[in-house]
Design a binder for this molecule. Structure first.
Ligand code: NAD
Length: 257
């Protein structure tokens, strides 16, 4: 790459230990970013940071359960201590519950909202003040096509991703005057542990969901790098007038409905 879009930018990636978050961390570093990874997975988080360092980049892993506001605040404090600022945040940590709606307990519901939505609130509330003091910032939230369409057995997940979409827009509107942009990516099925868990859970619940069903829906499964590239574009100055927007990454799955 001849042009490095993130030279000396400080980038936080929640969920950066695995899947798309890992791809974002590696790609941001390859384009000059210093990367802080917040994730609950200790071994995988350290491995991602080590991968970046062994390629000559700069990364720190902070073991963080993003559901816990105190842990997020502590990891943001450590990031500022090490890197002195925060320019870009990727809110990628998240999970899925596949269950019939009538069997979804209040505990299931609250747990998924905590992991997928409240976690984003925690990270945004802890990092936006630093962006305000820098006079600029960019946030990219991982949403999903499940926030735009509904599917059976995924009521809690669909609602959580719909909330991520509205949080994205609300932050964009509230902080536009502080030169902070907030956008979202809405991927279809991606080849990650999360994507595979979702497919396995749907099959376990009696749905037919094989490769041919994914092919019918979106041509083929999406690869983590394909979502990472879109997220990096939205985070970059190339998207300087794109704010409160959602980029659907689904190979025309929604367009066919
Ligand atoms: N894989 C898909 O098909 C798909 C499609 C659309 C959207 N998404 C979204 O992508 C995210 C899942 O990422 P992925 O597909 O790269 O899968 P993944 O499972 O590889 O990555 C998810 C990462 O989030 C981390 N995480 C989960 N809970 C956490 C917590 N409480 N604190 C800190 N870290 C936590 C995990 O440890 C993991 O590293 C979710 O937000 C999901 O809604 C996934």
């Amino acid at each position: 790459m001849s042009r490095r879009r993130f030279e000396d930018q400080i980038v936080v990636v929640s969920g950066g230990a695995s899947g798309v978050g890992k791809a974002i961390a590696l790609k941001a570093s390859a384009e000059g970013a210093h990367v802080a990874i917040f994730d609950i997975l200790d071994k995988e988080g350290r491995e991602t940071a080590n991968l970046i360092r062994s390629a000559g980049g700069n990364a720190q892993f902070y073991k963080t359960d993003v559901r816990q506001q105190s842990q997020v605040r502590e990891s943001v404090r450590s990031t500022i201590d090490s890197f002195h600022s925060i320019d870009i945040v990727f809110n990628h940590a998240g999970t899925v519950i596949v269950k019939p709606f009538l069997e979804t307990t209040t505990k299931d519901w609250n747990s998924l909202m905590d992991t997928n939505v409240t976690s984003m609130v925690h990270v945004c509330q802890a990092t936006i003040p630093h962006m305000i003091s820098r006079g600029k910032g960019s946030i990219v939230n991982t949403c999903s096509i499940s926030g735009l369409t509904a599917s059976a057995l995924e009521a809690a997940y669909c609602v959580s991703k719909g909330a991520c979409i509205q949080l994205t827009r609300a932050i964009a509107v509230e902080f536009r005057d502080r030169n902070i942009r907030c956008n979202g990516v809405c991927p279809g099925f991606i080849r990650t542990p999360h994507g595979m868990l979702e497919v396995e859970s749907l099959v376990a619940q009696g749905q037919t969901f094989g490769d041919e069903d994914i092919a019918k829906m979106q041509g083929r499964i999406c690869e983590p790098n394909e979502v990472a590239d879109a997220a990096l574009f939205l985070a970059s100055d190339e998207a300087s007038f794109i704010n409160g927007e959602l980029l659907v990454i689904d190979n025309a799955a929604l367009a066919t409905t």
